[in-house]
Ligand binder design. Sequence first.
Ligand code: ATR
Length: 282
Amino acid sequence: MTATKRAFVMGHPIAHSRSPMLHGHWLKAHGIDGAYEKLDVAPADLAAFFAGFDAAGWVGGNVTVPHKSTVIPFLGRLDEAAKAMGAVNTLWWDGRTLVGGNTDAIGFIGNLDDRAPGWDGGAKRATILGAGGAARAAIYGLRARGLDVAIVNRTAGNAQELVDFFGAGVTAHGFDALPDLLSRSGLLVNATSLGMQGKPPLAVDLGALPAAATVCDIVYVPLETELLRAAKSRGNRAVDGLGMLLHQAVEGFRHWFGATPKVTEALRAELEADIRAKSPGA
Ligand code: ATR
């Protein structure tokens, strides 16, 4: 008899995480003897967590706020994306080496490919609102697909940091530049927390955006943000943020449990129902 394979998501706080629902769905669909557990690990307990990692027998797991960067010293190796982003969201074993990877960019691009096939057909340039961790992942993915990226952010220094990091093909702007940038963009991404339930609204005039452009929001509570509603009402394709969560999870599951899971409508529906149940009005 083989032991149950156990993976985790660790963060602080962690109660809100939807990853157990997501991986639980796939474990059932594949009939795998596995488990996926939520672990609340306070920053002060991080070293003890890794000291006990081997003995606990984990096959790997997900890492979320506030540990995405602080776990790095405890790992044997980082993949290219994690190195580039300075942040880790997935851990797995490569033989005896504990690897830290970052699948957020794969998740971001996978979501666009899934929900708006051909989105980059005519798109040479993307405009991204925001300059935090989510923006960094989106830029990494978009540069890999060959798009130029214009970052629009409230704090110029934060956008400039990303320009310095990514180099050619990435530029920084204030919100005043938005109409001009939109008129030349095939993709608009909201990577700020604006528009999320409980946060201030995101007020963007889409008037200059070409009709063929796609609009993507990283926010998924609510599922349909004001930005996506406005995009749809003028005929633009609109992609919500839930798919990024679903697609970023595929690689981890594959490493831990040895099967490549699918992002299906049934899985989406299960998570959508949970979001609506826990956030009425979303
Ligand atoms: P994450 O890592 O999840 O992307 P973050 O690092 O907190 O989150 O980034 C949040 C982004 O939302 C930032 O780009 C932030 O802009 P600043 O760099 O100017 O802080 C943006 N943001 C948050 N609240 C905002 C607001 N009220 N107006 C404009 N931008 C805001």
